[in-house]
Design a protein around this ligand. Structure first.
Ligand code: NAD
Length: 492
């Protein structure tokens, strides 16, 4: 399925760790899996402590040297060129993301274009980072400077490798920070490709470094490194706790973007066709491996049966295949993850969960070892079940039925996570009540994933700390300094 041209690009991207503007072999290598075939397609460098030390040193040098000296408007131009190159190359970066992550080809290409949108947005912000003046008596002048925080350690997840990299790298560079990125061991390719893209765009050596490797080796070495000034982590709740502990050791700020069990509530007055279409599309994107998927569907009882009929008709029509064949769903990132999905579904069924569709590994022609799971819908009557509270991170939609809007809203806010939430209703009063009662970083009405690159995104409760996207997404890369000046010293 991989032609010669693409194979050559893959080998070129994986030729070494990106450190200080060079490619270096790294201390070891590790195979990268195509989850669609279940087979390794390339060996990539596996960074260790010594590689992380080298990368942090390079990032530190650039943060005090070349990148610090680059004028903000020039930073913006480099980010704009990065966006242009990502769009120009999306036609081959997309397929590599697809092979590495398992997602459908159109989504791999869309991710490269989405990454470009982050660079475009923050290109415009680079020369607009301003401080304040503080009212003072007499001729004293007091101002705030918003300085680059320094070296940003960015630890990336497996599901949106390039999108998440761009989401953190673009605002960090706009702020004047430099970066050491550690991509997921499951999806290391595009963070390495980004090094070549940034190099072509004119980024000085060392301003962006990418060290692929295992979480407990390169990841832990980076998170605990005494030479970093800030951490941006995107991944699971369990690893997020480790990252916050590492940040506490060095007293550095950490933004942690974690998991979710995001509710989509459909009230009795809603447009049911629209609700079924939106729930299907967003739940099964990338086979449900999306932190902000609407994985908990809460239906007001009068419309529950009608909505479920429409939903099942849509979900049963979804196709599953190798990402390069561009079906609706591709593969699951790892064998460990697919086992976790199977355990979650089995446990839910054992405690009374009613399976409406899916619930098994489908056969995919030509990919006997591929990691696939069928799109699955389960109705659960007991809201205390783990499948209602825990993230499955696969194509499994859990459905609860509520007796009225009041109960639906209470269920929507009952979980440990708080990433996204939506209500489908034509009653504006109900929509406002929903947003008041539900703790989530993003609330939607009659849709899902509105807002785009410009709107702040992030978690409440155990979905995390900090905000990505929008102007809020730059704040973590800035530190505030207050400077107060008395133009002439007072006479004693
Ligand atoms: P994960 O926690 O397994 O891994 C995330 C990253 O942490 C990887 O790069 C991994 O190598 C690294 N890592 C693992 N152990 C480490 C350690 N001890 N020290 C330092 N780094 C370590 O998560 P994943 O499976 O890659 O991603 C899926 C999770 O990410 C899901 O929970 C999903 O909801 C979440 N996610 C959240 C967002 C968001 O914006 N909130 C976006 C995407 C994914």
């Amino acid at each position: 399925m991989i032609d010669e041209n693409l194979r050559a690009r893959i080998a070129h991207a994986a030729r070494g760790l990106a450190i200080g503007g060079r490619r270096v072999p790294g201390q070891a290598t590790m195979p990268s899996l195509d989850p669609g075939t279940g087979k390794a397609f390339i060996d990539v460098p596996a960074g260790m402590q010594a590689d992380i030390d080298e990368a942090v040193t390079a990032a530190r040098a650039a943060s005090r040297g070349a990148w610090a000296k680059t004028a903000p408007a020039e930073r913006g131009k480099i980010l704009r060129r990065t966006a242009d190159i990502l769009r120009r190359d999306a036609h081959w970066i997309g397929p590599i993301e697809t092979i590495d992550s398992g997602k459908p080809l159109k989504d791999g290409i869309a991710e490269a274009n989405a990454a470009a949108a982050y660079f475009d947005y923050y290109a415009g912000a680079a020369d607009k980072i301003e401080g304040d003046t503080i009212p003072q008596p007499g001729d004293v002048v007091s101002v705030t400077l918003r300085e680059a925080v320094g070296v940003s350690a960015q630890i990336l997840p497996s599901n949106f490798p390039l999108g998440t990299a761009a989401r953190g790298v673009a605002p960090a560079l706009a702020a004047g920070c430099t970066i050491v990125a550690k991509p997921s061991d499951h999806t290391p390719m595009t963070a390495l490709i980004l090094a070549d893209v940034l190099d072509e765009a004119g980024l000085p050596p060392g301003a962006y470094n990418a060290v692929s490797g295992k979480g407990d080796a390169a990841g832990a070495a980076l998170a605990t490194h005494a030479g970093i000034d800030q951490i941006t982590f995107t991944g699971s709740l369990a690893t997020g706790r480790r990252i916050l502990a590492a940040a506490a050791t060095n007293i550095v700020p950490a933004a942690v973007e974690l998991g979710g069990k995001s509710p989509l509530v459909v009230l009795a007055d809603a447009d049911l066709d629209a609700a079924a279409a939106v729930a299907t599309k967003h739940m099964f994107t990338h086979a449900g491996q999306v932190c902000s998927a609407p994985s908990l569907l809460i239906l007001e009882i009068p419309i529950a049966d009608a909505l479920l009929d429409k939903l099942i008709a849509r979900v049963s029509a979804l196709s599953v295949d190798h990402g390069l064949r561009d079906a609706n769903l591709g593969a699951i990132a790892s064998a460990g993850q697919i086992a976790h999905i199977e355990r979650a579904v089995a446990a839910a069924r054992k405690t009374g969960g009613e399976l409406l569709t899916g619930g098994a590994r489908p056969d995919v022609a030509g990919c006997p070892d591929g990691l696939y799971y069928a799109p699955t819908v389960l109705v659960v009557s007991d809201a205390a079940q783990p499948i209602v509270r825990e993230e499955v991170f696969g194509p499994v939609l859990t459905v609860l039925i509520a007796k009225d809007a009041d109960e639906a809203f209470a269920l929507a806010d009952a979980g440990q996570y708080g990433l996204c939430a939506s209500v489908f209703t034509n009653d504006l009063g109900r929509a406002f009540e929903f947003q008041r009662r539900v703790s989530a970083g993003q609330i939607y009405v009659n849709d899902w994933h509105l807002g785009g690159v410009q709107a702040p995104f992030g978690g409440m409760k155990r979905s995390g700390i900090g905000r990505e996207r929008g102007l809020a997404g730059i704040e973590k890369y800035l530190r505030l300094k207050n400077v107060s000046i008395r133009p002439r010293a007072l006479q004693p």
